[in-house]
Design a protein around this ligand. Structure first.
Ligand code: ADP
Length: 351
């Protein structure tokens, strides 16, 4: 820190001092008749270039020092060994998106934990289906998605993609099948377009389409620089601060841009107001298109539009079926949760 400050001070003072001395020396020499006016220009030009170069070196040293701190963190991160089993199979690219996922008797404990977060989960996703995963907080919904995306491997059991253990696939290839909006998604201090595309170069038309599907046309219309408007004010004075709901919609647009066969939304409407939430639900079919969608929520009213609903409780799948079928089981967990939430809404007058 101290050296950084010293370098900064030197880089400001030295060139000025140096130039002053040189000007004085050259002028005195010229005044004494040692050389003509042409030589003065030549000397001053040479010295200006030299001092510019020296300034560049000092600036470079300063930046290297300032960045060293972040680089250390980055290298420490990059040095973390990857213990994950790396398969080499490629995932078949299918234009009909006919991928089938199966959880076969999967149990999972977080590293260092004695209790199971998931217990004997067996489940099959039908292609093109809208699957809702519901349950109280802590019932294992997010863990289920983390295993699906191979952020962790199951402690017991196996997950299959088109009949093959997902560990056998090349990880990058496997991930290309999924678009996920996690609850703790991150936006970057970059233009809106790059936030949607998650890349520096992008297909503008497709970005616009995804923004429109996610219900952000209104916001885009009001932006001073359109797609080039920066999110956040970290690097751009003119950047915009987005609300929680707008952020969530940008994250949804990003997941659409990837155009993967599966779209997974983990509580995607948690930060949205009731009107925006309703808007997303009613457009859900259009948003999802022919993809297979997995939709996680603890708000049951938002899952009615799904073909199949899976109810998690304490890490286990305890019920599965359509909304009507599940609701008809009067003493089932789904009916219990549904009635509890309906009562709450009626009491609060929110519905
Ligand atoms: P849900 O998404 O249904 O709210 P989670 O899948 O997040 O539930 O959590 C299931 C269980 O796993 C909970 O008991 C939770 O405390 C535990 N859990 C979640 N994440 C971790 C973690 N990173 N480390 C240890 N335990 C965790």
């Amino acid at each position: 820190m101290k050296i950084g400050g010293l370098l900064r001070a030197l880089s400001t003072v030295l060139p000025v001092l140096f130039m002053g001395i040189v000007y004085l020396y050259v002028c005195l020499k010229a005044w004494a008749g040692a050389f003509g006016i042409g030589m003065v220009t030549q000397y001053v030009g040479a010295v200006t270039a030299l001092s510019g170069g020296m300034l560049g070196i000092l600036d470079g040293l300063m930046q290297a020092r300032a960045n060293a701190f972040y680089l250390r963190e980055l290298f420490q991160f990059l040095d973390i060994p990857n213990d994950m089993y790396q398969g080499s199979l490629t995932v078949e690219k299918r234009s009909d998106r006919k991928y089938e996922i199966e959880f076969r008797d999967v149990s999972f404990r977080y590293p260092g934990n004695d209790t199971y977060a998931l217990r004997n989960v067996s489940l099959k996703f039908q292609v093109g289906q809208r699957l809702a995963v519901v349950g109280q907080n802590g019932s294992g919904k997010t863990t289920f998605i983390k295993l699906l995306c191979r952020l962790y491997d199951p402690s017991e059991g196996v997950i299959l993609l088109n009949g093959i253990d997902i560990r056998k696939y090349n990880y990058r290839e496997y991930l290309s099948v999924f678009s996920v909006v996690f609850q703790d998604f991150q936006l970057l201090s970059l233009p809106l377009s790059q936030n949607v595309a998650a890349a520096e170069s992008y297909d503008e038309q497709w970005v616009l389409e995804c923004i429109s599907k996610a219900g952000l046309e209104g916001m885009l219309r009001d932006l001073p620089e359109g797609l080039d408007t920066c999110i956040g004010k970290d690097y751009e004075e003119g950047g915009i601060q987005v609300s929680g709901g707008q952020g969530q919609k940008i994250a949804i647009a990003r997941s659409l841009y990837k155009d993967a066969a599966f779209i997974i939304l983990d509580e995607p409407t948690a930060a949205l107001d009731p009107v925006a939430e309703y808007e997303i639900y009613t457009r859900f079919n259009e948003i999802v298109g022919d993809r297979t969608a997995v939709y996680i929520s603890h708000r049951l009213s938002s899952c009615r539009f799904c073909d199949e609903i899976v109810v998690f409780h304490e890490g286990r799948v305890i019920q599965q079926g359509s909304h009507e079928k599940l609701l008809s089981v009067k003493d089932g967990k789904y009916a219990e949760l549904w009635n509890a939430q309906a009562k709450y809404y009626v009491n609060e007058g929110s519905l």
